[in-house]
Design a protein around this ligand. Sequence first.
Ligand SMILES: [Zn+2]
Ligand SMILES: [Zn+2]
Length: 128
Amino acid sequence: MLKGSCLCGGIRYEIDAEIKAVSNCHCGQCRKASGAAFGTGATIPAASIRFLAGEELLKEWESSPGKRRCFCGRCGSPILKRNDARPETLRLRLGTLDTDPGVRPSKHIYVGSKAPWVEIKDGLPQSD
Ligand SMILES: [Zn+2]
Ligand SMILES: [Zn+2]
């Protein structure tokens, strides 16, 4: 069981699934949503996440049609993304995990939009 929480601790969740295929997304939306060089995410079954606290704090913003970015309304931590076209899965933001998912990022995506001040030196595959 993996556990995670937002910065203020208001939202706490657990995930009963194995996390696979972690990617670092350099698209402009993920950079702005995270405030960092890229967003690190993985797809999980929607049914595998259970909120232990603070589900009512979860706010969402539709960043493109049907794509909802969900974050803590108190501290702003990005928690997950939902896509109306794929309700059976969620895209989890790995930065809010408190336990080690055991996997490591396998690729960089949307590298064509990466911040000019970022150099990727880890040798992982990159795609635009
Ligand atoms: Zn919070
Ligand atoms: Zn992205």
